[in-house]
Design a protein around this ligand. Structure first.
Ligand SMILES: [Cu+2]
Length: 118
């Protein structure tokens, strides 16, 4: 690959990265980041735009980093992602790693937040 084409590729990648943040991202979650869930069996994320239920999801990990068994599905007219835990969460700190694919343009976004069960 010649130097000019490398520069063109780098420019293209930068363009993709700079537009991606404008797409599906959570506008709220239950529990909120740093919050405490009322419902210890279901978590909910609400996005700013419609997401693909098949391609979006979340991983829940405990304080030791172990994955907590769960499944997820889109709700709220595809603007929400419900994460259903196989068993109610026990006391402790948890981290949610979410990923979402915009229904509109197929762009993928990811993020994470933590909460505590008392
Ligand atoms: Cu996009």
């Amino acid at each position: 690959m010649t130097t000019p084409s490398r520069l063109a590729l780098a420019a293209a990648l930068t363009a993709v990265a700079s537009t991606a943040f404008a797409h599906a991202k959570p506008i709220k979650s239950d529990p909120a980041a740093g919050g405490e869930p009322k419902d210890k069996s279901n978590l909910e994320l609400t996005f700013n735009e419609e997401i693909s239920g098949k391609l979006s999801g979340a991983e829940v990990k405990d304080a030791a980093g172990a994955k907590v068994a769960s499944s997820s599905m889109a709700d709220q007219g595809n603007k929400g992602l419900m994460v259903m835990l196989k068993a109610p969460l026990k006391a402790g700190d948890y981290k949610v790693d979410w990923h979402a694919v915009s229904s509109d343009d197929g762009h993928k976004t990811t993020g994470s937040y933590s909460f505590t069960v008392k």
